[in-house]
Design a protein around this ligand. Structure first.
Ligand code: N01
Length: 546
């Protein structure tokens, strides 16, 4: 990690800022940040590339898109009124309902007047003498502000597969995250889908309900587990509402902010019968309990992980009629829970339908996309529609797509290419007055819980600065290095950090992204919060405040 030569100017150039703060993005992060800074008395503007609010839930409109976390635990907690007013219709709400919720929030808190839509931020440049930022939009318009807050999301930059001929296909084709804003009809159509991550799994199990013929091109299977979604009737919603305080307190205590608490026992500390009964119970329970509420060593000890993987593999064999297909659906290169577990409803049963076919592209690799469909080493498949469920340039892509320049025109992309490091996932040395919500090395997991915490921390710091007439905040190199060490230490022993996935920064479709990195903080929420709280209560000593 290198410090770049810099001199913090003593003479500050007076400049008219357009806004006190600019927020990039109007998703769950951007909406709450806009509200909090406005409440703190700042003149704030949010710039959003989409035509409406919602971020992830605006873009990901593919059939079957829904929460994998309990709706009530994955929503905002900051407003009692909002909690009192909003009724969830399902334990795991679907994308249209989630988007309506976020639109409701934007209306309720009168946020729309301060959001500029269809405004893609192309560059952001720090102006040291002015101690502020200048952003440039896709249409060339520029705006200045003292503070810049990136609410750009973790998984917002979709990647297409690096397969030749993608532009040649004559029919419609969509990436799951750039789905059209109108219904797509699959009836009687021959449909291809490439990718079997969480998006692919959700889309496959939905599309197969009403499709002519669906062909799934799978490179690597994932370990999926049942979602067990159910409707919420008014009586149950009442009970959920009465339990909100206790539930959010619980989320604050768990490892990653989810409702589910890790079992304090090791998998082999209990008798075999009890172990399997517990796993049966988790398999029959709602949501991420099977991933986040399992024995304490399932995600860190190979032997425990192998036993758990064996248990889930048998479930797949039980649910899929054709045992050759079942074997293709069982991951062999990584253990259960070491990549993000897609939750499913009849996903495995989809492959029992006569009009659904699974192709393992390791056996017959895709050679190219053609005018009519997809050519593999076996033959050319003709399709009416191709779906790319091929994932994202995760964590870094949302930043890389903006040309972000700090002190002396220093590029963020280049700095992170040398070494990905931040302070608490919230700030970066060489980039004063820039803050990130859910940035690299911040706490991920139940993201709205982390977002609310990040937003409040950033707002408190900005308030602290304004109260003291301070105009510049930059994380010291020492603070960044120390956080980096801590992140590495916290990730030690976790099996997920030894597996290729978006969580370890690997993306086979992008040059230079074939090597694993530690892209996220994987320690506990409690220790993350205690570090961040400590920085605030000690007067932000790890930041250069001037
Ligand atoms: O993306 P992914 P995703 N040729 O990267 C395959 C969140 N999410 O959009 O595994 C052939 O997981 C790739 O194959 P492989 C959630 O955090 C949340 O599905 O690399 N195949 C893989 O199968 C999730 O983890 C919800 O071998 C290619 C797939 O495409 C994250 O988003 C719902 C290929 C990509 O899977 C990302 O999920 C959905 C190629 N060239 C998503 N390139 C909720 O419920 C890629 N693949 C909240």
């Amino acid at each position: 990690m290198k410090a770049i030569k810099k001199a913090v100017t003593k003479s500050v150039r007076k400049i008219e800022f357009d806004y006190d703060a600019i927020v990039i993005g109007a998703g769950i992060s951007g909406l709450y940040q806009l509200l909090k800074l406005r409440e703190a008395g700042l003149n704030v503007r949010a710039f959003e590339a989409g035509t409406g609010v919602g971020g992830t839930w605006y873009w990901n409109r593919y059939p079957g898109a829904r929460f994998d976390s309990e709706s009530y635990s994955y929503a905002y907690s900051f407003s009692q009124e909002l909690l009192d007013e909003w009724n969830w219709s399902e334990h795991f709400a679907s994308q249209p309902e989630i988007l309506s919720y976020l639109q409701y929030v934007a209306d309720k808190f009168d946020l729309l007047k301060d959001i500029q839509f269809s405004s893609d931020v192309k560059s952001a440049v720090y102006d040291e003498p002015a101690r502020g930022w200048k952003i440039t939009l896709g249409d060339g318009k520029q705006y200045r502000s003292r503070f810049l807050i990136a609410g750009v999301g973790l998984l917002s930059q979709p990647t297409m597969p690096n397969i030749e001929g993608i532009g040649d296909f004559e029919g419609p084709s969509f990436h799951t995250s750039r789905w059209p804003h109108r219904p797509v009809d699959f009836a009687g159509k021959k449909v291809a889908i490439i990718g079997t991550g969480a998006s692919g799994v959700q889309a496959i199990q939905e599309i197969c309900k009403n499709v002519g013929y669906l062909t799934v091109f799978q490179r690597r299977p994932n370990w999926c587990a049942p979602l067990h979604n159910a409707e919420i009737d008014p009586e149950e919603m009442k009970r959920i509402r009465l339990g909100y305080d206790e539930m959010f307190d619980r989320c604050d205590q768990t490892q990653a902010g989810f409702l589910h608490t890790v079992d304090p026992r090791g998998a082999f500390e209990v008798a075999e019968k009890e172990r399997y009964e517990f796993w049966e119970h988790l398999y029959a329970s709602k949501g991420f309990g099977i991933w986040q509420g399992n024995f304490k060593d399932v995600l860190s000890e190979l032997k425990a992980n192998e036993a758990m993987s064996g248990f889930v593999a048998d479930k797949i064999r039980d649910r899929v009629n054709d045992q050759d297909v079942a074997e293709k659906l069982i991951p062999k290169d990584h253990g259960f829970g070491t990549r993000r577990v897609p939750l499913e409803t009849n996903y495995y049963e989809s492959y029992n339908q006569e009009n659904v076919e699974l192709l393992d592209i390791n056996e017959t690799p895709i050679q190219r996309i053609t005018q009519k469909g997809i050519l593999t080493t076996e033959k050319e498949f003709e399709f009416d529609l191709i779906i790319y469920a091929t994932g994202f340039n995760a964590i870094l892509g949302s930043y890389d797509r903006i040309d972000i320049r700090g002190i002396g025109g220093h590029s963020l992309k280049e700095q992170w290419n040398q070494e990905l490091s931040t302070f608490l996932g919230l700030q970066i040395n060489n980039f004063p007055n820039l803050f990130m919500i859910l940035g690299p090395h911040a706490l991920l997991g139940n993201n709205p819980r982390s977002i609310e915490y990040n937003v409040e921390w950033i707002t408190d710091l900005i308030q602290y600065m304004r109260d003291r007439g301070l105009t510049r905040a930059e994380a010291t190199l020492e603070a960044v290095e120390s956080w980096y060490e801590y992140v590495l230490e916290q990730g030690e022993g976790l099996l997920s950090n030894k597996v290729d996935s978006w969580m370890t920064g690997v993306n086979s479709n992008l040059e230079g992204r074939q090597t694993r990195i530690i892209a996220r903080y994987s320690g506990s929420q409690a220790s993350y919060r205690s570090r961040c709280d400590g920085v605030a209560t000690s007067g932000y000593k790890e930041l250069n405040l001037t």
